[in-house]
Each structure stands twice: as structure tokens, then as C-alpha cells.
Ligand binder design. Structure first.
Ligand SMILES: [Fe+2]
Ligand SMILES: [Fe+2]
Length: 325
């Protein structure tokens, strides 16, 4: 790997003692699910407004939303503990294959601590919901992003896996998921869930700033062949994170008394491909902008891959192609 670092690193954690969730926010307690409230946002799980689901009655819909919360909490716990924190350890110990400044490596500890707390909150909230409702967590599907990362690594030599993990963390930490951005504002969701997710969103805004700075330093240190290998992975990871996790949704729907064909119809009609692509593009905007700024999309091959993934329009591809000629 080649290249060098540019502007001095400025920490985004100087106020961590007074503004991180782990240091300043109380444990969020769920005593009861108030009448008329749900445990997850129906807007974020379109299946629950499908006529074939609504026909089963309000209790059935609420149960699906509770199960959707469980899958979100499992997703959070797995992502933080098994994927992001191992990468933060490698950043802090200087074992990523690229150079990061001492300040940047020290700050990885703040995020490590935040993420461990987010995982704890997810587990805690899940136990509280199980204690408060008749719905037990039963969904066994691993989150879709785990397969995306596994497939990416399978095609590549082990020597580049630490860089793959950095690309994965950059995507995960700079995307603004629908849950983090809109669930806290949904007044139909119980307060403890909204507060817990709002707490998480506060920390993630600082993580976003840190990983943007990390990406700016990481990318120029790669040679052009490494950039061409890793560039398309950003698109795969973005789509892997943002596309509806149909395997998990299918399992959730199967907990209802539904015909197999009904479940497939509900999934298809709740997630029209054109709408899904537009949603992904909207949610990925900040991450794609960052990747454009650090030069990932300068390579026409990578820009074309992003275009075929539905993430950018012709103008960016044409700009990359004309730079090459
Ligand atoms: Fe987090
Ligand atoms: Fe984070």
C-alpha cells in the first residue's frame, strides 16, 4: 500500500465525557406497552400494512412489529460486537495494513466503548420486551449483511481482508438507517424504544464524522489495483445493509397462519423493486457523497459498478470515463 496522510486529525470525541450515551443517559426502562402503541414503526415494515396482514387483526400486526424489533435488536448486537468492534481493535492496535495517526487510533477506543454499550442496550431492551409481552424472539436468520461480507471475502485473498473490513465499517458507520433517523420521531412507538434508538443515533452522528475522516486517510494509501478490487465492495455493502432483509421478513411472516403463496405476495407487493432502489439511493446519499469526495468513484470501472447497483446516475459514470480518456 502506498500514499501518505494529509490534514492533521482533529478528534470528534473531545466532549465524549459529557455527551456520549454511555456516560450521560439513563437506562431506558419499559414497564408496559401502552394501549394503542407498538414496539416498532409500521412505516419501517411495510408488510404490516398489507391488506392480507391487516385482515388478521391488530394483535397479529402488533406481534409482527414486536418480532421486527427483535430482529433489529439482534442486528444491532451482532453488528456492534462481531463486526465493528473487532475492526476498531485492529485500528487501535495499528493492525489494519494502513497507517492511521495516534489520535485516530486512540479515538477508536471511544467508539469501541459506545458500540459495546449499544450492543448491551439492544440485549437489555430485548429482554425487557420479552418480559412485558407474550411474544418470544424466534427468528434465527442471521442479518443479511453477514452474508454480503462473507461472500466478498470468499473471493479475495486473506491479506486484503483487514482492508475489506475497513470498507465495511466505513459503510456501516456512515449510512443513516431509516430506523435511527425516523423511528425516534414515530409517536405510535412506545417511549422506551424511541429513546433507546434516539440515544444510539446521537452516538452514531459522531461515529459518522470519525469514519469519514478515517476514509479520507485510508483510500489514498491504497494502490490503484487495491482500489479497483475494493471499490465495488462499497456498493455491495451499501446495498447489503439497506435492501429489505426478505429472509428475516419471511421468517417473521411465517409466524402467522399464512399460506406460503400469501407470504410471497405480501413480500413482493410490500417491496416493489423500483421503490426499493429509490429508498436505498436516498439512504445512501451521504455515504456515496463521501466515497465520491475521497476518489472511490474516479475509476470508471468502479463508477460503472455503482451505476449498475442503482446507486449513482449516468453523470458520475460519464465524468469518470471522460477523465480516463
Ligand atoms: Fe452503534
Ligand atoms: Fe457506530
Amino acid at each position: 500500500m502506498e500514499g501518505d496522510q494529509q490534514t492533521p486529525y482533529e478528534s470528534v470525541f473531545t466532549q465524549w465525557d459529557s455527551n456520549s450515551t454511555v456516560r450521560t443517559h439513563p437506562r431506558r426502562m419499559l414497564d408496559e406497552v401502552e394501549e394503542g402503541m407498538t414496539l416498532f414503526s409500521a412505516e419501517l415494515m411495510p408488510c404490516t400494512t398489507h391488506p392480507l396482514v391487516v385482515a388478521h387483526g391488530l394483535d397479529a400486526v402488533n406481534e409482527l412489529l414486536t418480532r421486527r424489533l427483535y430482529t433489529y435488536l439482534d442486528f444491532t448486537m451482532i453488528l456492534e460486537q462481531q463486526y465493528i468492534n473487532p475492526t476498531l481493535i485492529r485500528i487501535s492496535e495499528n493492525r489494519t495494513g494502513v497507517r492511521f495517526s495516534e489520535g485516530m487510533r486512540r479515538d477508536a477506543h471511544f467508539i469501541y466503548c459506545d458500540e459495546a454499550y449499544h450492543a448491551l442496550n439492544a440485549v437489555d431492551l430485548k429482554h425487557q420486551v420479552e418480559a412485558c409481552t407474550a411474544t418470544r424472539s424466534s427468528i434465527t436468520a442471521r442479518p443479511a449483511f453477514t452474508a454480503t461480507l462473507r461472500l466478498a471475502k470468499r473471493r479475495l485473498p486473506r491479506s486484503i481482508w483487514p482492508a475489506v473490513d475497513l470498507c465495511f465499517a466505513i459503510v456501516s458507520e456512515t449510512l443513516i438507517s431509516g430506523v435511527l433517523s425516523s423511528l425516534p420521531r414515530d409517536s405510535t412507538v412506545v417511549t422506551a424504544v424511541r429513546e433507546s434508538i434516539a440515544d444510539h443515533a446521537v452516538d452514531e452522528r459522531k461515529h459518522h464524522a470519525y469514519f469519514s475522516r478515517l476514509a479520507e486517510r485510508f483510500w489514498p494509501q491504497l494502490n490503484s489495483s487495491e482500489q479497483r478490487t475494493l471499490g465495488p465492495l462499497f456498493a455491495d455493502f451499501i446495498v447489503g445493509f439497506l435492501r429489505p432483509d426478505l429472509t428475516a421478513y419471511r421468517q417473521i411472516l411465517h409466524t402467522m397462519a399464512l399460506q406460503e403463496t400469501d407470504a410471497e405476495q405480501i413480500l413482493a407487493e410490500s417491496h416493489p423493486p423500483a421503490e426499493t432502489t429509490a429508498d436505498i439511493r436516498r439512504a445512501a446519499r451521504a455515504t456515496v457523497k463521501l466515497l465520491e469526495r475521497i476518489g472511490v468513484l474516479r475509476d470508471p470501472f468502479v463508477a460503472d459498478y455503482f451505476h449498475r447497483s442503482g446507486l449513482i446516475d449516468d453523470a458520475v459514470v460519464n465524468a469518470a470515463a471522460s477523465r480516463e480518456h
